[in-house]
Design a protein around this ligand. Sequence first.
Ligand code: F6R
Length: 609
Amino acid sequence: MCGIIGYTGPKSVVPILIEGLKKLEYRGYDSAGVAVVNKSKIQVRRVKGKIIGLEKNLKLSPLNGSYGVGHTRWATHGRPCEENAHPHQDCTGSIVVVHNGIIENYLPLKQKLKEEGHTFCTETDTEVIAHLVEKYFQSSLEEAVQQAVQELEGAYAIAVLSTRDLGKIVAAKDGPPVVVGLGDKENFVSSDINPLLNYTQKIVFLEDGEMAVIGTQGVKFCDFKGSVLEKKVEHITWSPLMIEKGGFKHFMLKEIFEQPQVVRDTLKGRISLDSGKICLDEIGITPESLKDITRAVIIACGTSYHAGLVGKYFLETIARVPVDVEFASEYRYREFILDEKTLVIVISQSGETADSLAALRAVKEKNPVSLAICNVVNSSIPRETDGVLYTHAGPEIGVAATKTFSAQLAALALLALHLAQVKGKINEKESLSFIESLQRIPHKMENILNQAKSIEELALEFVSFSHFLYLGRGVNFPVALEGALKLKEISYIHAEGYPGGEMKHGPIALIDEKMPTMTIVPRDGVYEKMLSNISEIKTRDGYILAVAFEDDEEIKEKVDKVIPIPSVHPLFTPFLATLPLQLFAYYIASKRGADVDQPRNLAKSVTVE
Ligand code: F6R
């Protein structure tokens, strides 16, 4: 939630901040602002709404400066409005702060600072940081920030500048991510690497309790006590082209179409078609440690949680390991039962989701083996797990997760096979058969994407509906949940995912001609059961769409519309069945004129609880 950016160097600072903020906009988009230093004066510009509004404002009335910071906000404390937009200032206007996170003790701090004579202008938690830096300022900005952060409780990634100590931006991290980009006579600070890719691939990731003092000539790293740190410089392989739309109307559509490649990339180098062996040497957890695992707990949020539900089927069916799948936001507050023979798998695209990170920290007290399945290299979650299995999906910009879901499924299938092999639960023939099925998935995904036009035509018939039901059973129940989530989050149509068999226990009361049902009905072990559920809806005048295998003639008689998908090993149906549901939601939302890539009230990286 919220994105921060800072630049110091010879180029014109405002365009770099604006371009950077656009790439961070997925993190929040209810207000935005910049502060730039021109000679020894700070100029601040803030607007309610999206970056485009800030950009227009700055075109009408430009700001010039030699360095500066910017912010895109997802409101937590204080409603979205210009006054509450960052950057925030101290009483004298000589210090500005941009902040991602929440200062939990801001109310007592605010009270104390007021008693000491500070004047507050906003409803935000962030403003206390500016006043604390003011309070402690003596000679250097970094020393003042070091003292200020000692008083903060909560989570913060901040970038601070001041005219009392010119030529530097001070960044500090405890919780949300901070990356520093090292360029040629120019340096950057940002919430993630996307804004930096056009300028540098040399990146330093700050850890909690660390600071960076960023100047044009160099960057100094230290801890909150001021001790200087030697930080490792990482070389990032993502390219700037990966974060462009590439001719697609929306990032979401581009990312849906990237899924065959994403699955190929996630499988690549990790499977052997000769021996059937899975090679996951890179994950940092030895086969010996995995061998003794007696159960697994998957912890995640949102779409990653739905991938986890599918993963349960993969792990239980293939590796015969019992699995519980838990919402991170619930699990962390439970009296959970774990031991060192439990494999805890935290699934997170961003690697920064606050609840997933907090749940991981809570479970670590019980010493389980912990593994992250993550898309963002070096993000917070994989830095704290024993091992990490990276999904190779590339940057996902659309706020609604699509390609990373498929990549997570691929990673979970690999993990299930790896565990099965390590534990001796599968023979070579069975391994090879699963691997061959997996290998064929990208091509089958392409066949589905080739039908996008007909899915669009179908979707357009449903643009004006207000409610939708999604039904699946077994491994496709999570697909129903994911299909419903996609529809509701980008089109704002109410949609519910349900296991088919639960219909008659309540939800069937909702069925009428205004509530269509999307069913996922591959020919699998519960096919006949799904047909019965379909018939129960049909006899109550419900309209039914079905995602079904293309060679299934029977289904055509039972439902109103069929969306065909190639047949596949039933366990792996989610790889294919999800795609038409993503497209269906996308085309409806796009036709309704919704902001597909940045749906209202959402942010991609939920770094607050
Ligand atoms: C939905 C979506 C969210 C995320 C959730 C977890 O389309 O994107 O539900 O899946 O916020 O995010 P990560 O995977 O980054 O932990």
